[in-house]
Each structure stands twice: as C-alpha cells, then as structure tokens.
Design a protein around this ligand. Structure first.
Ligand SMILES: [Ca+2]
Ligand SMILES: [Ca+2]
Length: 236
C-alpha cells in the first residue's frame, strides 16, 4: 500500500514536472540531425551538411544549407510565395527573381518562444544595391534576417566569400495556432532584368521552441511539492 502510494505520487510529480520541460517537440528534425530533410518540405537547392562544408554546425553534426545555386534554382519569386503561403508580391515586389526554401507546419501556444541559429553567406558585392540578395524566415508572414550589406566576415565556405557568421533569432508567439515555419534565401534584382547570377546561401540549425508553463501547471507543481512535503513528514 505504501509502495503504491509512493509510486502514485512520484508518477504524478513526473507528469506534472514533465509538463514544465522547456523544449517542446513542436518542430520535427529541428537540428537536421537525421542528416536529411525528414519532416520538412523543400524547394530549390537545399542540402544538409556537416562541418566538412566549411562552416561548423551550431548544434550536433548537421545544419541545413539553402542556396541560390550556380545559377538557377528553377524556383521563381512567385513559386516561393506560393510554397511559403506568402501574400502575392511579398517577395516579387522586392525584386526577388528566384531562390530556395524549406518549411514545416508547427503547432504553437501563445507565449512560446521559437529560436534558431542562422548564417547568411554571399558572393554578391554589397555596394551593388540592385542585387541585394537576402535570407529570411517565415512565421505568420515574411521577416528578413540579413542581406548582402550585413555579410561582413570572410566565409570558410569555399563557394561563397563572405558571411554574417552564425547568429540566433528568437520570436515570441502571440497567439496559439498552427503555423507555417519556413526559411528561405533569394536572388534579388531590383532592375527588373531577372538576374539570378552571383550566389547567396542561408544556413539554419538548432531550432527550438520554449514553452512557458501555464498557470495551472505551476499550481500542479506547487501541489505536488506540497504533497511531497506532507508525505515526507508522515514518514518521519
Ligand atoms: Ca544540427
Ligand atoms: Ca544574386
């Protein structure tokens, strides 16, 4: 009987504390450690690379590499808008000619914090404003991460000369829902001549979702802790 009670209490505590675990499984294959794009949909030129690529992954062995290819991905600006569920014109109006992207659908709660590591690389001369390639993410709309003017460091990846270096982005989710989470890199030509030359890439790794415990869960933890105290006292 005593054993059963102990077991029950520890099970309850495990359940309750389990809820408080910070990282949720909202994003599948979130660090690309499968070595491929399992659980993701892809468009254009995308590969999963280890450190032999020239840039060391931020978490584990693998990272996602999205490129604008040498020199055409076959995926135009409108195709990418369609693929990523973006409003018509959100990319093409910026002069996006083509690019590559990955996406998956995620279920998120209000207050969840989604974070990821990213690195934008390019061969494009930053002074050529008309060809300002960029990397971006999508979560309920399109948000730029970096363009060619921000890739100030020399890149270790032999095919592209400069990089921003790995950085971390964090976004707080405002409302619960099912979201399209996407990442993309695009060739830009603001002269409207459809230039797809001179490449850029976006590296993504270590995506995580941190959930804020709900008030009810916190109450549960407090109750479990209190029960534990009472139980200890009865034993002594
Ligand atoms: Ca990884
Ligand atoms: Ca370009």
């Amino acid at each position: 009987m005593l054993k059963l009670t102990l077991l029950t209490l520890s099970s309850v505590a495990a359940l309750v504390f389990g809820d408080v675990l910070k990282v949720s499984a909202a994003v599948l294959n979130s660090s690309f450690e499968s070595g491929n794009f399992q659980s993701w949909s892809t468009a254009g030129q995308v590969t999963v690379e280890d450190a032999n690529f020239g840039v060391t992954p931020q978490d584990g062995t693998y990272q996602a590499v999205l490129e604008t290819l040498q020199d055409t991905t076959g995926v135009g600006g409108s195709d990418l808008e369609n693929f990523l569920g973006l409003t018509v014109g959100s990319l093409t109006d910026l002069g996006v000619t083509e690019g590559s992207a990955i996406k998956q659908t995620v279920t998120l709660k209000a207050g969840d914090i989604i974070s990821f590591s990213w690195n934008f690389l390019t061969d494009q001369d930053p002074s050529e404003n008309s060809y300002n390639d960029l990397g971006f993410f999508v979560l309920n709309g399109f948000t730029p991460l970096a363009d060619t003017t921000e890739a100030a460091n020399l890149s270790l990846f032999t095919r592209l000369s400069r990089e921003t270096g790995y950085k971390t982005a964090s976004i707080t989710v405002q409302a619960a829902g099912i979201y399209l989470l996407g990442f993309g890199v695009v060739d830009v030509d603001k002269t409207d001549s459809g230039d797809t030359a001179v490449n850029s890439a976006l590296l993504i790794d270590n995506i995580s979702v941190t959930s804020v415990p709900e008030p009810l869960t916190l109450l549960g933890v407090a109750t479990a802790a209190l029960l534990g105290t009472v139980f200890k006292r009865n034993l002594s």
